[in-house]
Design a protein around this ligand. Sequence first.
Ligand code: ADP
Ligand code: SF4
Length: 697
Amino acid sequence: MTAKAEPLTVRDPRYDILFEPVKIGPVTAKNRFYQVPHATGTGSAMPNTRAGIREAKAEGGWAVVCTGYCSIHPTSDDRHYPFSSLWNETDIKAQAVMVDAVHRHDALAGVELWHGGGVVANKVTREAPLSPSGIGEPVYVTHPIQPRAMDKADIADLLSWQRDAALRARSAGFDIVYVYAGMGYLPFQFLVSRYNKRTDSYGGAFENRARLLREMIEVTREAVGDDCAVAVRLTAEENMGANGFRGDVEGEALFDLIGDLPDLWDVKLGFADDGVTSRFTEEAYHEPFIRYVKTKTGKPVVGVGRFTSPDTMLRQVKSGVLDLIGAARPSIADPFLPKKIEQGRLDEIRECIGCNVCVATYAEGVPIRCTQNPTMGEEWRRGWHPERIPARGSEDHVLVVGSGPAGLECARALGQRGYPVTLAEAERELGGRVARESRLPGLGAWARVRDWRLGRLDDLANVEIYRDSRLTVGNVLELAPDRVVLATGARWAPDLPDGADGAAPDVASSIVVMTPDDVMAGATPSGKVLVLDLDPYYMGGVIAEKLARDGHGVRLVTPNTAVSPWTAFTEEQHRIMVRLLELGIDVVTSHALQAVDGKGAELASVYDGKPQIVACDTLVVVGSRRPVGDLAKALDERGDDAQAAGIKDVRVIGDAYAPGAIVHAVASGHRYARELDANDLTVRVEPGDGTYVRGGR
Ligand code: ADP
Ligand code: SF4
């Protein structure tokens, strides 16, 4: 069998309201599903990759599909982050690729025109950053340059850049054109008194601070006329008290002034609070902060909240919080989310797990990747469609060993292609690391990686699943499949790396040494616990959190300058640190472990070697993982027997191949399934950057 061609079910009439059209100024969204602007890590250098991502969503039923942030002028240059631009004719052509792709599926295309003001450093264009009063962004400084204070001529320039970019957006065919007043970007900085200290007609009283935003809306409207709707994206609450933009003060005042000026309000929160992971927030967490907006405007309002439940969406509309259901992450995890609701296929929705790997990949400057959706970013490059997959290329029977994220995705996608598949799992419980890790504090939503795949496997009669089946080489030879896929995973190792003296730290035999796997399996530490965190991602922090919640006295020691440093990319690092401190965990950064004996653990500063002794009865090493390779080795050793049994091929995938994050394991399983018997493995590569013509002064 192959992918279901036509759905057999119909939509629940309760959800009809989600499929009502919504008028947005001169254009009409065919339903209430709105993919709000979000970065894709593609920018103008990768127009086809970008178009592939957006087209999948338009095909999946989103009525509106927007670009990510799109710079109006070279004074707004965010490199090394990949951003879109509308600076010139080349950009118009590049954007039109996406617009045409979106229009092919009867969706509206929106563009988030953006000026980053004092938040960007203009590292490529080398223009001086602009701001209302010369005050830089204190939290997100990425480069040692302060913005200059804009004079009246700069403001006139800015308005002309917005006008010109809006004209280019119209030429590219966009239906909705934005003014972006959020997240510390330029028009937002004018609104907020901590940035705006001006004494002219653009500063002081709130009406003056809102003048620039009003004028930007007006010039945009002048430029696009009745051809496009004009939207404003606003950080509607910063959660910073009097130091920030407050919904009940500045927000309400703004809507009193210009509440009905644009055709649409797209509301969000500030940098720190907007795209929070599931570890720290629930679905619909924006609601209390943006609820006021609809009471202050007659224009449609779109907002986000990691919505994956149609009932939550319904509540947002029925209780008057939102008119349009905005999504970034849920549309990445499942570009076909609206279609699945429309066709009554709710159990097929591939729910976002709220891990922010998508955010991290953008922050790393590469095309967006998603833990749940391995096709994200590969639509054009590899021709991977999120729902469709080519039918099998042979009758081969495939044995998949291991039901972690790699094995489950591999078996599911092979099954979708129509291959006969046997999936064997050593444990009673399916899911491998996802099952284990989703029981750690805050990571419950990660079980969706397993649950969605098990749900799909339930529908596939050609995939047989065997639990409690730890396969030996003898079992594999006896089964004699045509192909073997080893998705046997990796386990945390208690290994301690060598220190500066070339030797591993000495650990006395009286000290209990554990790994995260031991803790997840229920091992109980005794006495004072030292979590030695050598891992850049989440595990050290979350293991420390679990042990502290279980009542143990915990100290976390890491040679890194911060706990879980890679989580800066997932925007979690600050929250993780706050949580550890709230739980009373003693955090020691920039220290290496030298030795552990009955008297305690000896630590040394990574800078000057200065020692300190801390208590330690149990050492939990969060270090590296070792692939589970026994079966692969045994099969290799019995290569002749495997050949005699008719086994054509043995492949190792997922963490057993290269230990990584869950996103890597899922992608590895999917890739094996896609590439089996494939004739064409071409990956398309984008052309390089275009050029821009510097405008203004
Ligand atoms: P990945 O992230 O690569 O999917 P996991 O560690 O999550 O890897 O999952 C690997 C799974 O493989 C585990 O559930 C483990 O029990 C299973 N497994 C390991 N060796 C065998 C084996 N010989 N037979 C069956 N299952 C195995
Ligand atoms: Fe959701 Fe994670 Fe995918 Fe981002 S990467 S869309 S947070 S599942």
